[in-house]
Design a protein around this ligand. Structure first.
Ligand SMILES: Nc1nc2c(c(=O)[nH]1)N[C@@H](CN(C=O)c1ccc(C(=O)N[C@@H](CCC(=O)O)C(=O)O)cc1)CN2
Ligand code: MG
Length: 287
């Protein structure tokens, strides 16, 4: 068997095309949605991701602004900038690129962003709203994974989903979003003892560990959907995910590649959240 590829790059492009049309309509009667991206320090990967986000905004017509701060920026300075952006009516979405330098408390920073401008969906108010099913911005990576599974009509109701990884930005919200789709969800992590046994029972595996070849072919049930959230460099310095893609593709029903899978969808869902933040703000103003 050879798995069908879930092409995140193509799906992201179609999401972006839809958003572009929406933004063009908004601009006829009002202004474009606005996103401010904050980058602290000079982490090379973060620089690439931020550049890609700014370019993606420009492609769909979202007005974006990059605030580049030196690595020595104090937490107080960063929080002051966030308060200023929170109060700025032209800013619909605010994003602070992670990771932050070690001297800055990430959670403190996230909680300072106004929840209705938190287009990353990391603020506790948004996490809580998603958990309780009352709306709120969804964390972009797991939101993108759900869209990828929906794009191939993967039947999630009653499916057994295994999420490997329990980070606040991927693993935990991923489990909640799969639960919302009526999957039976197991979350595995570094202390899980019987990973292979759990994986062999899973109809859907989402690997979000940050380690090469955590999911191998002997762990995958024939026909399962395997979504790779990992972003690693192998011994040759090549970008790879957490899944042994070549071998797993011989067993799985669906597989998402790295690069070209979840990564582009993360950025597409950020744009989608930004457009949603703008729409909600306009709605509030007109009430
Ligand atoms: N504030 C945030 N920080 C971080 C997030 C986030 O969602 N919000 N996620 C990651 C990094 N990230 C976005 O910021 C991200 C990582 C990778 C990609 C991507 O498209 N990857 C490409 C490959 C890129 C390459 O060649 O290096 C792919 O998979 O095809 C997008 C977004 C941590 N920080
Ligand atoms: Mg830190």
């Amino acid at each position: 068997m050879s798995a069908k590829i879930i092409d995140g790059k193509a799906l992201a492009q179609s999401v972006r095309t839809g958003l572009k049309e929406k933004v063009e309509q908004f601009k006829l009667s009002s202004r474009a949605p606005g996103l401010t991206v904050i980058l602290v320090g000079d982490n090379p990967a973060s620089q690439v991701y931020v550049r890609n986000k700014i370019k993606a905004c420009s492609d769909v017509g979202i007005t974006s602004k990059l605030e580049k701060l030196p690595a020595e920026t104090s937490e107080a300075e960063l929080l002051a900038l966030l308060e200023k952006l929170n109060a700025d009516d032209s800013v619909d979405g605010i994003l602070v690129q992670l990771p932050l330098p070690r001297h800055i408390n990430e959670q403190e920073v996230i909680e300072t962003i106004r929840a209705d401008k938190d287009v990353d969906g990391f603020h506790v108010a948004n996490v809580g709203s998603v958990v309780t099913g009352i709306g709120g911005f969804r964390s972009c990576t797991p939101y993108g994974v759900i869209k990828m599974l929906e794009s191939v009509d993967y039947p999630l109701t009653g499916a057994h989903a295994l999420v490997i990884g329990r980070s606040n930005i991927v693993g935990k919200p991923m489990a909640i979003m799969l639960l919302e789709k009526n999957a039976t969800v197991t979350v595995a992590h570094s202390k899980t003892k019987n990973l292979k046994e759990l994986a062999l029972q899973a109809d859907v595996i989402v690997a979000a560990v940050g380690k090469e070849k955590v999911v191998t072919a002997d762990m995958v049930k024939p026909g399962a959907a395997v979504i790779d959230v990992g972003m690693n460099r192998n011994a040759e310095g090549k970008l790879c995910g957490d899944v042994d893609t070549e071998e797993v593709a011989k067993v799985a029903g669906y597989i998402s590649p790295v690069p070209g899978g979840v990564g582009p969808m993360t950025i597409a869902m950020l744009l989608s959240n930004t457009v949603e933040a703008y729409e909600r703000r306009l709605q509030k103003i007109s009430q």
